[in-house]
Design a protein around this ligand. Structure first.
Ligand code: ZN
Length: 268
């Protein structure tokens, strides 16, 4: 729909008749208003996108969609599409856009049919092409770009654990970096998993250091065009994580509540 709107606006600039075109323009605007509101969380693996996006979605009453979980569920389902995805992921490569979009579109359609029209996407889009494709199915009002120092990212990725009994995700990395001349002290203690989960924690097979470093390189190469895509639309907000959840979450919520779109919503 955003594509229709862009086309309509371009045409409107050169066209002021009040006939069929005006009606077409009105329809484009109506559709744009009805398009789901979308926030996207960007940031490298290990930055805490999952942790923060779940909490932010809850605070703002949005539906949280984790692209990685969607893809893993599809791979577990035993479907032909899932098997195709698994063979690609096992090599350490990123999935083709068309496959991720297919799963993502289906999920958004399902939630919309239940009356949920605002979404917080975690782990999507990863490329400028995906960002462009997303414009067709949602109205992206915010792209929050989370960052964290590289050496901490690697440690955080190495510390990821999943409970093979209940499926919950944890991070056992215990990070402390003393302050240097140009960097603040960083304290990021782990969130201790419940004792019931402790015997069942396991590391994903692709969370080993060579794969993590390769994943970060692949991420950064793809991320720059995505950041530029949203910066050009004025929706990119950079946010550096410099501590644990108790200090960081309130600071993040304050930043988000202060955004122009939130202030407009509060006034309306
Ligand atoms: Zn568990």
């Amino acid at each position: 729909m955003a594509g229709v709107l862009r086309t309509a606006c371009r045409a409107a600039a050169a066209f002021t008749s009040r006939g069929a075109f005006a009606q077409q323009l009105r329809q484009a605007f109506t559709s744009a208003v009805e398009a789901p509101t979308v926030w996207v969380f960007l940031g490298p693996p290990g930055v805490g996108k999952g942790t923060y996006s779940v909490r932010v979605a809850k605070a703002f009453g949005m539906d949280h969609i984790a692209a990685g979980d969607l893809v893993r569920a599809e791979m577990k389902s035993g479907s032909q599409l899932g098997a195709e995805m698994k063979s690609i992921v096992d090599t350490g490569a990123l999935l083709p856009d068309a496959l991720i979009l297919k799963v993502m579109r289906e999920r958004m359609r399902l939630s919309s049919s239940r009356g949920i029209t605002s979404f917080l996407l975690d782990g999507f889009p990863r490329t400028a092409e995906q960002a462009d494709a997303l414009e067709e199915i949602g109205n992206v009002q915010l792209a929050l770009n989370l960052s964290l120092r590289q050496e901490i990212l690697v440690e955080k990725c190495m510390g990821r654990r999943i409970c093979k009994k209940c499926g919950s995700n944890y991070n056992i990395a215990d990070i402390y970096l003393p302050a240097t001349a140009d960097q603040p002290e960083i304290v990021m203690p782990p969130l201790d998993p419940p004792t019931a989960c402790l015997p069942h924690l396991e590391q994903r097979s692709d969370d080993n250091e060579p794969t993590i470093r390769r994943r970060l390189e692949v991420y950064h190469a793809a991320a720059r065009p995505v950041e530029e895509f949203y910066a050009a639309r004025g929706t990119l907000v950079d946010f550096e994580i410099t501590g644990g959840i108790p200090e960081t979450l309130p600071r993040l919520l304050e930043v988000l509540k202060g955004l122009p779109s939130q202030q407009e919503a509060a006034v309306a």
